[in-house]
Ligand binder design. Structure first.
Ligand code: BMA
Length: 339
């Protein structure tokens, strides 16, 4: 199985406005009502502090993107945290409205790249963490909503304030009359939770505001490349054979790769097929070397365009890549790797 990297890769790089000078990565992408593509990049103006906000770019072909506005369209300030970061927007249109699942880190921190693995973040340099009794680097997730894809309003938090829970992705339609969301509650490990490593969980809601306790969907099965943790990549894609869910797997060296699984259409808690080998891993220079950490392919958006799955992904928390694969080929492969 090979996804084809676009020849223009990385299709989006940092630069220009101050708030996106250092990094632009992990984008949400949707098609608007009139067929345009909106991309919601996670952008940083510096590494110290490493504060990220969500910027909007647009494109007619899904490949060549240009910035829409001089300012970010969503910031942590809008949630009451002026020094915080909003991250990894996974955006989906449901009944004509744009829903952005975002991750929030409430206070500032620094990013000191190590060149080999995870950077050092030093949140202890920022007394707000301690003053507010929040564990450094804890991430809460929520949903913001917009009518035009440009002006977003906070809708709800999907996870509690006191646990680390990111990689939230809404399903693009109700299932059995309820909204559904994939999550990755970090502390849900141990005997009580039925998994030794953080995995992918699912929650339900009648109104997008109140969410049920999540139920476990999938955990790491292939220690060599996903042994540390896994998390949903992007909005699940509805196919005739089930919900296609791309996910990232992290190994012991903090290398980020991509896997795929299929969930039952009516009961998306049930995994009906899954890849054993990654479908994508860091190969090119922009996937191996970046400003923040090396060896990261981190998809956060997937769209079906003319039978092709367009996979948009963050490269080393620095830039944005695009890779494509015929949707049917990928689904057949997930069910039968020999196909
Ligand atoms: C994850 C998240 C992502 C990031 C990735 C690689 O835990 O923080 O936003 O892209 O790590 O650093």
């Amino acid at each position: 199985m090979r996804l084809t990297r676009h020849e223009n890769n990385p299709i989006v790089a940092p630069g220009g406005a101050g708030w996106r000078k250092a990094a632009a990565f992990n984008p949400g992408v949707v098609q608007t009502g009139d067929g345009k593509f909106y991309m919601y990049e996670r952008a940083a103006g510096s590494l110290r502090p490493f504060r990220t906000s969500i910027g909007l770019l647009e494109s007619d072909d899904g490949v060549r993107f240009k910035p829409v506005s001089e300012q970010p369209v969503f910031t942590a300030d809008r949630l009451g945290f002026p020094d915080g970061s909003v991250e990894d927007a996974r955006v989906v249109r449901i009944d004509g409205l744009y829903y952005m699942c975002y991750a929030l880190q409430p206070y500032a921190f620094d990013c000191w790249p190590t060149g080999t693995g995870l950077p050092a973040y030093y949140p202890e340099n920022y007394p707000q963490w301690a003053d507010n009794g929040v564990e450094p680097m804890i991430t809460r997730s929520g949903i913001a909503v917009s009518e035009d894809g440009i002006r977003f309003e906070q809708l709800a938090y999907t996870t509690p304030a006191d646990i680390d829970d990111r990689d939230n992705a809404l399903f693009p339609e109700k299932i059995g009359g309820r909204y559904a969301i994939l999550r990755r509650p970090m502390p849900y490990v141990g005997e009580k939770y039925g998994t030794d490593t953080p995995g992918i969980w699912i929650g339900y809601s009648d109104d997008l505001l109140a969410w049920s306790e999540p139920e476990l969907v999938a955990v790491a099965e292939n220690p060599e490349w996903e042994g540390t943790k896994i998390g949903a990549a992007a909005t699940p894609v509805k196919t005739e054979r089930g919900w296609l869910v791309l996910y990232h797997g992290v190994d012991k060296q903090s290398i980020y790769r991509v896997g795929a699984l299929m969930l039952d259409l009516e009961n998306p808690r049930k995994v009906i097929a899954r890849t054993r080998l990654p479908i994508m891993e860091p190969e090119t220079y922009y996937e191996k070397f970046g400003l923040v950490l090396p060896n990261v392919v981190f998809p956060t958006a997937n769209l079906v365009v003319d039978d092709l799955l367009y996979v948009y992904y963050g490269c080393c928390d620095t830039s944005i890549g695009l890779a494509t694969v015929p949707l049917k080929e990928l689904v057949d492969y997930v069910f039968d790797p020999e196909s």
